[in-house]
Design a protein around this ligand. Sequence first.
Ligand SMILES: [Zn+2]
Length: 476
Amino acid sequence: MPSPENFNEVLSLIDETAKYHDEWRKAQGEERKLRHALKKGRSIDYAMWEQSLAAIRTARKDLDASFEKTSASAEKNFHVGPHSRNGKIHGGLFTGGRTHWNPILGTEETFFKVERGKDSPIYLRFQKKETAKEVTLGQLLDDGRVVISINALQLAAKARNPAILASTLEHESVHFDRMLSQDGMVGHAQNETAAYQRIIDIAGDIGLDADHVADARSNVSSRLGDVNLQGWQSHFSGKPYRAQPGSKDYPYVPAPDSHLDGWSAYQGRLKAIEKDQNELALRIAAVRSGADPWFLRDPPNARRTPPPGASIHDGCSTPGFMAGDVYMPPMPCARILPQPPADVAIPAVPAPRPILIPVRASRPLLGLAGRICADPSAAHSQPFHDEYAFAWYDATQDVSALPKCQREIYLVLVRIRQEGSPDFNSAYFQAMAENLNLPQAPVFVPPAPEIDVPVRPGPATRDCVLADGRRCIRWR
Ligand SMILES: [Zn+2]
């Protein structure tokens, strides 16, 4: 049993995560309500909708960060977790791939698409059950990804007992250790029997409540018949038992596309929401800038020239500087990283999506806006258009103190990026910058840190998959 202080530390972190979860759900509900009203043409303050959209992102970021702290604290204070935290996967479609222990929070049924370079992707599913009989607390996916359901935290918060979360982590640890073991997971029944038996064994040490212990016991006893039968079969045949794909006992996803239909439907739902949001953002941008939103995008064959006298490529690695009334953040050199970074911070999105590396340095959209203001004709340069496609921005950033031109250009660039536009219209932004370029007092913006963002796989695509921004699964 952890000390009362340690017990309370985990419990208060669980409460914090549950609170962020509520905030995230609330922001989602608000955004949905406003979006539907706006779609129906009802007049609602646009800023309110934008605020709730930003609130969703902030709350999800907070939620995921809080969960990470909570699960780490539960592992440390209750002495639970896998024996080996990283290693090679044995069994299933991911055999030979490397993975490491890194539990993530599951808030709803989620599908993951795991890219494998030239090979077809594998689709995985986190199944969140909430029936009277069964509640999903956690799940180990085939690529070694452990998803802990928000249910485990909510139950722990309600019972005021963090051991419920600790036992869930331990349960998944037993699966994880087996996946990394030489034989891999031989069958579903054996998996679950071992994991629940482990919970029964440590229940006294961690202070698990009687209900959950009873639940673990019934899970063991309901599978014991199958496990014993498998033992007898292997005894008489002289071959160790191993469930085959097609058997109900097979503990892995049988085929890469087993969950393709589910994934497609899930993507369809996400895309529909995204499309509505993008349309609204575009409409709002048009209303605010007085332009036809469709004009904001360059025609696909637009000809571009480098800005006169400016050598954009030489801007690489220069320090930040003031150009007129606009601060230019430093421009890092674009580069391909030879190795994926261990921890790439990817902005929180409702559904983590596997992302192909390589990564390349991304510049702030704010800096691009500044450079267009400093030289409006530069809006025609190809490097600026390339930079736009990969530039990052923080929708929650307060830009009210920026010079007018930089601020206005930036806000419209953000909107068309949110709208999903892969490009911006050169002539429009040149004209906008020229009109807005009135002398103003210099305003200093501290240089923003450079972050790495995933880029579309190019010719140099490496044989490595970065899933949900944290885990790299390497292929031979
Ligand atoms: Zn299990």
